[in-house]
Design a protein. Structure first.
Lengths: 253, 200
């Protein structure tokens, strides 16, 4: 999991500089907005320092057209995902136990934290992962020999795996995610409600996701409306197999 | 295949709630989502004893049973959506009058406090679900439920509801659930329907 470890290290160093910058910047603003408020209230009302930082989308918003439209990507990354980072930072600002952990550590210990951590650390990680395992047309690649071998061993064929994955996504009632997970060196399909994921200590199927699709309605409603099945079927076209192969190799080590 | 359940008629024209809820949204929400729940339930009960039961009986019978989740989800979503369409009306919303107004003041303090609590439940229901004004005994309460869950399986009598599945507002409001919820409370709540639902 070298990629993810690198990711944590980046987030942590960004956290220190940003926190330092905001400690200076935030106080005068808060006080000028609420001059009559006691100091403690003014501090609490200030924007939360960005302990956790949302990365930009790793490609253009229209890079996944026509499978996923530009407007959906803008809303999904710029509003839904951003809101989860904002909410997680608000929680971290009032809870040092949250602020000192990486998102992956929060997920592995999520049962010990309030529901807001489960929902927002979950949402932050799930969407980070989702953006990375999709790619523009020239960067998608194809499944590696090692991955294909494992898929055939566990599902019979790539099509059978996709069918099981799509069924998992279609039958997840309400909002959630469907995953292809490495568990005990094997591949399994699992789905989770809302923003839960297989990295959480509460997960029914715990393991390392290598593919995941968002089946919240916001992920597809503008283009597909009620046709979740069509979205799930089309979505395979934008999968970043280069990234999936890498994650598979790491998870199998 | 016999089809014991049918899609109830919408209580107004598909553009009657514009601009708060567009005809386009109603087209998908009523014409596709609500209809699909009806079609699914008819398939699930086909040839079974369930086909002889009323919708409410099916909901109560299947609630909390893991092996009946499909039946429960589709049956409850038929009921919830019919209740939702009736909870809305053109030129509705705002402060009610009469018996229900007095009960709201008694339960919440005043209408504004009711509105805040109702909106808060609707906005904080994480994921898909519903916000409800319910009657429990002789008092009123705000509750929220996830996915297809209905308050009456827990002894609470629904009076009004707001659908907070993203499909209810995504076409008209995108991610702005709070704006959708406030608009419905201010402009579309059917208080006559709520009062009719009160048990004597
Ligand atoms: Fe999402
Ligand atoms: Fe709905």
């Amino acid at each position: 999991m070298t990629l993810q470890i690198k990711h944590i290290a980046l987030a942590k160093s960004a956290k220190l500089t940003l926190a330092a910058a905001l400690a200076v910047a935030v106080f005068p603003i808060a006080q000028s907005q609420a001059p009559a408020a006691p100091a403690a209230t003014a501090t609490a009302a200030a924007p939360a320092p960005a302990v956790f930082k949302q990365a930009p989308l790793p490609y253009a918003f229209d890079a996944l057209e026509p499978v996923i439209d530009k407007a959906t990507m803008e809303l999904h990354h710029g509003r839904h995902h951003k809101a989860q980072y904002d909410a997680l930072n608000t929680i971290a600002a009032g809870n040092p136990d949250v602020a000192k952990m990486s998102i992956e550590q929060l997920l592995a210990n999520v049962s010990k934290f309030p529901a807001g951590v489960r929902n927002n650390a979950g949402g932050a990680w799930n969407h980070d992962f989702f953006w990375q395992i999709m790619a523009p047309a020239d960067k998608r690649g194809s499944p590696s020999a090692a991955l294909l071998q494992r898929i055939v061993a566990d599902f019979g064929s790539v099509d059978a795996m996709k069918t099981q994955f799509n069924t998992g996504g279609a039958t997840r009632f309400g909002s959630g995610w469907v995953w292809l997970v490495v568990k005990d060196k094997k591949l399994v399909v699992a789905s989770t409600p809302n923003q839960d994921n297989p990295l959480m200590d509460i997960a029914e199927v715990r393991g390392t996701p290598i593919i995941g699709n968002d089946v919240w309605e916001h992920a597809y409603y503008l283009k597909y409306q009620n046709r979740r099945g069509e979205y799930l079927a089309n979505w395979w076209q934008v999968v970043n197999w280069n990234e999936v192969n890498k994650r598979f190799d790491e998870a199998m080590k | 295949m016999s089809a014991p359940f049918s899609l109830p008629a919408l209580p107004y024209a598909d553009n009657a709630l514009e601009p708060m809820i567009s005809a386009e949204t109603i087209g998908f929400h009523y014409g596709k989502h609500h209809k699909t729940y009806v079609d699914n339930l008819n398939k699930l009960v086909d040839g079974k004893d369930l086909a002889q039961m009323s919708l409410e009986q099916i909901i109560n019978h299947s609630a909390g049973k893991a092996d009946m989740a499909g039946v429960f989800n589709n049956a409850a979503q038929i009921w919830n959506h019919t209740f939702y369409w009736n909870s809305l009306k053109p030129n509705g919303g705002g402060k009610p009058t009469g018996k229900i107004a007095a009960m709201i003041d008694k339960a919440f303090g005043d209408y504004d406090k009711f509105k805040t609590e109702f909106a808060n439940a609707a906005v904080t229901q994480f994921g898909s679900g519903w916000a409800w004004l319910v009657q429990e005994g002789d008092t009123l309460k705000i509750v929220k439920t996830s996915n297809a869950e209905v308050p009456f399986t827990k002894g609470q009598k629904p009076l009004l509801t707001i659908d907070v599945w993203e499909h209810a507002y995504y076409v008209d409001y995108r991610n702005l659930r709070a704006k959708y919820v406030e608009t419905l409370i201010d402009k579309l709540m059917n208080w006559e329907f709520a009062e009719k639902n009160l048990s004597a």
